[in-house]
Design a protein around this ligand. Sequence first.
Ligand SMILES: [Zn+2]
Length: 150
Amino acid sequence: MYGITHVSVGALLGALWQNPFGAAVGGLVSHGILDAVPHHDYKTPVPALIDIGLSTAALYFLWQKGNTDPKPGSYSMFAGGLLAALPDVEIIMGYILDKMKKGWRWPRIYPSHTGLIRHGHMDFPHGFYLQAAVIVGCLLGIYLLKFRPI
Ligand SMILES: [Zn+2]
């Protein structure tokens, strides 16, 4: 799935489970579950750069939210989002380095990237709409849990 989809689900887990370590483990596990769901993956650099930019901005926002929130577990959304997206760093590294060095492959270790967990596929646009719906649902959940004025 897109990085921003993983960050959204990880952040929602962190909003639900306000413990940074628990949220981080939940985020890491969620990556494999989401990758198994049929979805669209982009194959060209421009959408990848947009996705990386959105994901980084979202993580920065979550980090800032953690900085300004005095409650315990304030970094749980950041931790969940970060660990949910982290496995895809090996995909980015592979994309760059596999092209630079012919006949060599950056090692993939996360189970949904090695083939141990089957990677789901759904064509564009349905695979895109699915992820947009997941992101909107997560944002709504995060808003209701963490940002709604009481
Ligand atoms: Zn992945």
